[in-house]
Design a protein around this ligand. Sequence first.
Ligand SMILES: Nc1nc2c(c(=O)[nH]1)N[C@H]1C(S)=C(S)[C@@H](COP(=O)(O)OP(=O)(O)OC[C@H]3O[C@@H](n4cnc5c(=O)[nH]c(N)nc54)[C@H](O)[C@@H]3O)O[C@H]1N2
Ligand SMILES: Nc1nc2c(c(=O)[nH]1)N[C@H]1C(S)=C(S)[C@@H](COP(=O)(O)OP(=O)(O)OC[C@H]3O[C@@H](n4cnc5c(=O)[nH]c(N)nc54)[C@H](O)[C@@H]3O)O[C@H]1N2
Ligand code: SF4
Ligand SMILES: [Mo]
Length: 702
Amino acid sequence: MSLKAIEHTNLRVVHGACPHDCPDCCALETEVDEHGRAVCVRGRADHPITRGWLCAKVNRYLDRVYHPERILYPMRRVGPKGSGEFARITWEEAIAEITVRWRDIISQQGAECILPYSYAGTLGLVNGAVTDSRFWNRLGACRLERAICGHAAEEAVLLTVGGRLAPSPEMLLRSKLVLIWGSNPASTAPHIMPFLRQAQRNGTRVVVIDPIHTLTARSADQHIQPYPGTDAALALSLMHVIVEEGLHHPQWIAAHTLGWERLLERIMKFPPERAAQLTGLSIETIVDLARSYAMTTPALLRVTDGINRHTNGGQTVRTLACLPALTGQYGLPGGGLMYSTSDWLKWDKAAVAHNNDPACPPEPRTLNMNRLGSILTGEANPPITSLFVYNANPVASSPNAGKIVEGLMRADLFTVVHELFETDTARYADILLPATSQLEHVDLHKPYGHLSLQYNMPAIAPLGEAKSNWDVMRALAASMGFDDAWLKEDANEVIRSVLEATAQSNPLLAGITLERLQVEGSIPLTIPAEQQVPFANGIFHTPSGKVEFYSQQAAAKGYDPVPCWEPEVESGAEESAQHFADSRLPLLCPAAHHFVSSTFGNQERMIAREGAPTLRIHPRDAESRGIHHGQLVRVSNERGECYLVADVTGDVRPGVLATTTVWWPKFSPDKRNVNWTTSDRLADFNGGSTFYTNMVVVEALS
Ligand SMILES: Nc1nc2c(c(=O)[nH]1)N[C@H]1C(S)=C(S)[C@@H](COP(=O)(O)OP(=O)(O)OC[C@H]3O[C@@H](n4cnc5c(=O)[nH]c(N)nc54)[C@H](O)[C@@H]3O)O[C@H]1N2
Ligand SMILES: Nc1nc2c(c(=O)[nH]1)N[C@H]1C(S)=C(S)[C@@H](COP(=O)(O)OP(=O)(O)OC[C@H]3O[C@@H](n4cnc5c(=O)[nH]c(N)nc54)[C@H](O)[C@@H]3O)O[C@H]1N2
Ligand code: SF4
Ligand SMILES: [Mo]
């Protein structure tokens, strides 16, 4: 036997799931040696979407798991806040100190003064959704509006078609035209790219609509670069051309939509001449796009959350979601809207959260996570006096970060951070707790980009004294004296209880049990053939059962009930693209290829591949500011500033700037990142974030 074969006989293979905020939700396979050490993480070859490969980030997962800077023990702050000076303590001491401080806060100010702050460190059912709710509901802690990512888009899609019911990525192969609108899957959902390539080889046209010449745009058949925040005007104008040229589908519209007359009035306000002014595109480009979209069936529109991070992001996505209805694309295999698959299966809320359990205090206030800096510096009344951060790195990833740091410096704020690494946020902790990585805990993952469940079996023992999120919740619950059985369940019991409760109302879980998941690792949802194409039966999940061009629900929320274009709040309202030539320019800061938000931003290999926090600027704008390629520049506005490295490039059009995120402030040139400039203003819909509505001044640093 060869040496290689002998080595292999000693390796154990463990099924897992990628925990990161990525629609692909890859099925992992980890090889573990006889000493209990993971030696290889790879994508499962037999998974329909993962298909045997992982992205550039998770391919190097062991660099993360065994990184020398993992936090391994609980620690207490011993230096000034933010100094990063900590001393090791035991778990018993840590839990006892938190309990004492919280009991004090609860008796004097109320539990609503304790704010748990979390987002997408892991998307696991146990260490995400259940951790986010059960213990905090029982405690009566302040609720968190988790609105940092796709909140506006989600509401837009729900108001229009009633559910986030994207088709599975395989359906791309059935499309003749794919419009990728404000989405960069080559970086953010890489496993759809092979499907897209295969479709292209079969003759499908791919058109990317993005102000930046992204990695996705490079392999598209056409790239259209509108000014940011003008997409709703573009979409209404496409509809204008479609209607004027009689390319719409009146019978389908009559049968399956509500409010066509109202939408038509709106459409008529957006002739291509006007849209050309607003978007900076030629009339010809708009007319051609309208014709090819309307005359190609099936046509699929891919929209993700990037485009919703504007002050007008909700109405933008709502307008886009109406477009497929004009030509009857909804319900066709390979047609319609590909946003998210999240609503095919929704976990039973009571089983996840136990929010209505009699032991829970009445529902307290809810604060919007996008406002964290303001919340900590005076907006919250009564003030927040304790913050518990897990699954999140707000100093790096949340908007208006300068204000967040100001809040975290408050002497009267008791901050606990549960993390794998000493992030910029962790440095402000009073108590710092070590978290397990995905190879060290149990979880179950439901994707938002495809349709199979992934179970995550721990491959290795926790490093040091690391504990999973849920185990910390259980320890805190016990220490607070909560005796409820649902706060004692272990991770597998949690999964079983949620699966069983959900299966009672959702037939897609038929036959899917914890035991099967543990053995098979990945199981597709049980979707009958006739239900594979969303809305194939012509029924939408809105109150009217139709695509709602006019939405009474939107009106009730105070939104324009008919899709519309509004100028972005910071760009000035005039009807021309002229303001893009002003001294202040819009700065987009979308996802980096080698990070997931700030996750991976401390891994040497990923930093090296990503290069530097650059500012992409068009040669014309660079020249007028005396900026040279490779030079350090300052971007600033009334919120703050940061330094970036100029990348003078035609990848952005004149008048538009771009950087990629999220770089760790501590590894950035001036220890700040772009989020010192981004706004904590809320979007038009649902309290969403507005990272990409961000006007800045750029200056060369001499
Ligand atoms: N590698 C990697 N993958 C990730 C992430 C990551 O950070 N890195 N993040 C994960 C998360 S949290 C999310 S939410 C998803 C996001 O997935 P995506 O939505 O694909 O990602 P973004 O990069 O935020 O935005 C996509 C594109 O929208 C464009 N865009 C921004 N504003 C406008 C506009 O006004 N009009 C138009 N037409 N386009 C616009 C940006 O230029 C960008 O190229 O990705 C997930 N996957
Ligand atoms: N400028 C700019 N900022 C952005 C965006 C942008 O496009 N531009 N995108 C925004 C978007 S879409 C999103 S979704 C947010 C994401 O914002 P966050 O959810 O804050 O994401 P990260 O910055 O990746 O921080 C996640 C942290 O969780 C930790 N973690 C991972 N697993 C675990 C675990 O099991 N337990 C615990 N306790 N911790 C864990 C990781 O180490 C990491 O530090 O960022 C937003 N920020
Ligand atoms: S980050 Fe996305 S593409 Fe990469 S392994 Fe995880 S799920 Fe797959
Ligand atoms: Mo996100």
